[in-house]
Design a protein around this ligand. Structure first.
Ligand SMILES: Nc1ncnc2c1ncn2[C@@H]1O[C@H](COP(=O)(O)OP(=O)(O)O)[C@@H](O)[C@H]1O
Ligand SMILES: [Mg+2]
Length: 332
């Protein structure tokens, strides 16, 4: 079991309030991602759950038991960090076995658990190596292995992939998602990368300045962002925002339209513009189109689109996919 409930949790360092007041319910077995810009309080919130920081107010419960005042080791959670924190002089086997040895488990139990974890993580061939003889991805898997053997109620990940290159991050994303499907254990995962949030989460918690902006499934947030912050943060490339008269025509002070929801034509459309930079990604082309009175609009076109720098084109936002926001930035 790994149901985690936060009630009116707040955290201040001295006179500085980092987390004003958070309520959150993480269901058993759920993969929850905390996402938000650097400094918004993601790590602090995770450390509060782990017990590595004391709450300033509020309560944290795990499986119905109030653990707010309990030491980290007694909460039954396992944390995996960006820096792997492996013991360099120990073999992979001993690194994974370490928490079990500390807990005084038998040699046979340790051996079985280490080998089970190694199998799940494809580390079987590396058990005698030292961390220095492994790639970054393999090291991160060892760190995860050390967490798995403890059979925690929940895994807490703090930006575990930030040190890896882009290709390896993609692979590790899949591996952690697959691991979640196999273990079915609650995972709470912190990242500033909305792509990680979108691809891995059952439930995304968008944080901004210590407050929850919105909680929902990846597609909920993509389709129905509650405000400008979420609209601008979730989705890649970013949503276009339009203000003033062209937005007023659509009945709001600000309207948002994603690059993939704009029709491009050589001859007709709502906005006439001039193509600036074009980004060819192969399957897609992103056109940065300058429209007088509207601004620069990023549009996703097909991979074989023939428009180039300086061409005049016409754009029409799909009316069904427009997002309307009021003067306070809340979705209408
Ligand atoms: N021990 C601390 N003392 C004082 N301020 C801290 C401490 N830890 C974090 N902070 C501040 O809290 C804010 C949130 O930090 P953090 O949770 O690490 O953000 P994130 O993980 O989202 O990047 C930052 O402004 C940071 O400087
Ligand atoms: Mg952090």
């Amino acid at each position: 079991m790994g149901n985690i409930v936060l009630k009116n949790v707040s955290k201040s360092f001295g006179a500085t309030t980092i987390i004003p007041d958070i309520d959150l319910d993480i269901a058993d077995g759920e993969f929850v991602v905390f996402v938000g810009p650097s400094g918004c309080g993601k790590s602090t919130l995770l450390r509060l759950i782990a017990g590595l920081e004391d709450t300033s107010a509020g309560t944290i419960s795990i499986d119905g038991r109030d653990v707010t005042a309990e030491a980290p080791a007694r909460r039954g959670l396992a944390m995996v960090f960006q820096s792997y924190a492996l013991y360099p002089h120990m073999s992979v086997y001993n690194n994974i076995a370490f928490p079990l040895k500390m807990a005084g488990e038998s040699r046979e139990a340790i051996d079985r658990k280490v080998k089970d974890a190694a199998r799940v993580l494809n580390l079987g061939a590396y058990l005698e190596r030292r961390p220095g003889q492994l790639s970054g991805g393999q090291r991160q898997r060892v760190a995860i292995g050390r967490a798995i053997v403890r059979q925690p109620k929940a895994f807490l990940f703090d930006e575990p992939l930030s040190n890896l290159d882009a290709a390896l991050r993609g692979t590790m994303r899949l591996e952690i998602s697959e691991l979640h499907h196999q273990l079915k254990t609650t995972m709470v995962y912190v990242t500033h990368d909305q792509v990680e949030a979108m691809t891995m989460a059952d439930k995304i918690v968008v944080l901004n300045a210590g407050n929850i902006e919105q909680v929902g499934s990846p597609l909920d947030l993509y389709r129905k962002p509650r405000n400008l912050f979420v609209a601008g943060f979730i989705g890649s490339p970013r949503m276009n925002f339009i203000e003033g008269a062209p937005a007023a025509r659509h009945g709001a002070p600000t309207v948002g339209i994603r690059p993939e929801h704009i029709l491009v034509s050589r001859t007709q459309g709502e906005w006439q513009g001039r193509v600036g930079v074009t980004e060819h990604l192969g399957a897609d082309t992103f056109l940065h189109v300058h429209v007088d009175g509207v601004g620069t609009i990023n549009v996703r076109a097909g991979g074989d689109v023939e428009f180039g720098h300086g061409d005049t084109i016409h754009l029409t936002p799909d009316p069904a996919k427009l997002h309307r926001f009021d003067g306070e930035g809340n979705a209408l």
